[in-house]
Design a binder for this molecule. Structure first.
Ligand code: GUN
Ligand code: ZN
Length: 433
């Protein structure tokens, strides 16, 4: 068998562990002049150029100057059908859904439209250095076929699912408990485990599913190994009150999902802005994850996510853009807003914690840290090249920076798609700026 080998030379930075667990200094590895060696789409080796170069006779080396290579960003919560309605004015969650979201999602009944938007969406993710995402479709199964077809062509590691929604939404956008179950099952059979794709059972949120639908969603999760569960939780105060009215017999919002066996490893709950201690405890003990979605929480006025509280309880936390409520595809911009959310609570977000959240932390939340999130040998070669001279201001700011920490922080404050020079998926270049 011929091996396909290529090396990339630049400054290289990757997370090794959560700074909250091992301390900042032990949480990362950095090579000022490094080599990332890729073989057949996987990481073969990473290390200092001085050490690796002598062993690489005959290997093609691509050298990036004034650049930083990091693992691909991981977006743990995003809606591809909402790409065209990003930046829609004036509403908080429930009115925003009725005014903008539902009419937009209606268009995905048309498979050709879904394919067009999926292509735009994936291109945008890659332009922003995001190589893996946990993605909402719409209620239409063809929306998920369209998405997976495009993602498969690019050989991306992607997770997605059809929305389950059998009440409290327009008739044109609802399924039934039984049809939602059957359609999800057919999609799982077609896509789960194909190439680098995974399926997520996707009840939109508790208010738009009957207990019967949630019960069947839980049943489905028990029928296939390694399925994901993807939904929303405790995002907005009015939403939480509504859940209490709809499910008076349950202890709280999370308990609705818990009761129907929708929590556990690979269950990812977007937002969790207003969780109580008992809910955090339950999320942690079941190995469930929360997607922190900074730009969305600010845009919809949902509230300030308490990262330290979830961390103290040991909950797995990833970073999500939540486009179209989120205002950017860029995880650098998510980190910018995450920092400010912490500031408003008189807390700090260390730049190396930010790196962790956008990469290895996301992989950990998705139980993909054996395959993604850093450059340990054998992992998938999903990575990006960040350009320190992306804009005149960034270039000037970097000249003033005296440490890696300072440069990394400035990247997260000033960076966006302009900073992403090139993106690679499974060792193949999938975006060049
Ligand atoms: N809750 C239920 N549906 C949605 C959605 O589409 N976006 C957000 N941000 N929250 C939701
Ligand atoms: Zn969302």
């Amino acid at each position: 068998m011929t091996t396909n080998t290529k090396a990339y030379r630049a400054a290289i930075l990757h997370s090794l562990a959560d700074p909250a667990e091992v301390g900042v200094e032990q949480s990362y590895e950095y090579f000022e002049d490094g080599i990332l060696l890729i073989e057949n789409g996987k990481v073969a080796q990473v290390g200092p150029a001085a050490e690796l170069l002598p062993k690489l006779a005959g290997v093609e080396i691509q050298h990036y100057r004034d650049a930083l290579i990091t693992p691909g960003f991981i977006d743990t919560h995003i809606h591809y059908p909402q790409t065209g309605m990003i930046a829609s004015y004036g509403e908080q969650l429930l009115d925003w859904l009725n005014t903008y979201t539902f009419p937009t999602e209606r268009q995905f009944e048309d498979k050709a439209h879904a394919s067009d938007v999926a292509a735009i969406f994936l291109k945008e993710l890659l332009r922003n250095g995001t190589t893996t995402a946990l993605v909402f479709g719409t209620v239409h199964p063809q929306s998920v076929d369209a998405f997976f077809e495009q993602a498969d062509k690019l050989n991306l590691r992607m997770i997605a699912g059809k929305v389950l929604m059998d009440r409290n939404a327009p008739d044109y956008l609802t399924d039934t408990a039984e049809s939602g179950y059957a359609e999800s099952k057919a999609l799982i059979e077609r896509w789960h485990g194909k190439g680098r794709l995974h399926y997520a059972v996707t009840p939109r949120f508790a208010p738009t599913s009957t207990p019967e639908q949630l019960e069947l969603a839980g049943k489905l999760l028990g029928e296939y190994p390694d399925l994901y569960m993807h939904t929303h939780l405790s995002e907005n105060r009015k939403e939480i009150e509504w859940v209490k009215e709809l499910f008076p017999e349950r202890k709280g919002y999370l308990d609705v999902y818990d009761h129907h066996k929708l929590i556990g490893p690979r269950a990812v709950f977007a937002h969790g802005v207003h969780l109580c201690d008992d809910e955090c405890k339950r999320l942690a003990e079941t190995g469930s994850a929360v997607a922190f979605c900074p730009t969305s929480n600010l845009f919809l006025g949902s509230g300030l996510f308490d990262l330290n509280k979830l961390e103290a309880h040991g909950v797995r936390v990833g970073l999500g853009t939540d486009v179209g409520a989120g205002t950017s595809f860029s995880q650098l911009q998510s980190l910018n807003e995450a920092y400010k959310i912490m500031q408003l609570q008189d807390k700090k977000l260390d730049p190396f914690k930010s790196l962790y959240l956008a990469t290895l932390g996301g992989a950990n939340a998705l139980y993909l840290d054996d395959q993604l999130g850093n450059f340990l040998p054998g992992k998938d070669a999903d990575f990006l090249v960040l350009d320190y001279n992306a804009t005149p201001l960034m270039s000037y700011r970097m000249q003033q920076a005296k440490s890696l920490e300072e440069r990394l922080f400035a990247l997260t404050m000033l960076g966006d798609d302009r900073a992403v020079e090139e993106t690679f998926a499974a060792g193949v270049s999938v975006h060049q700026r």
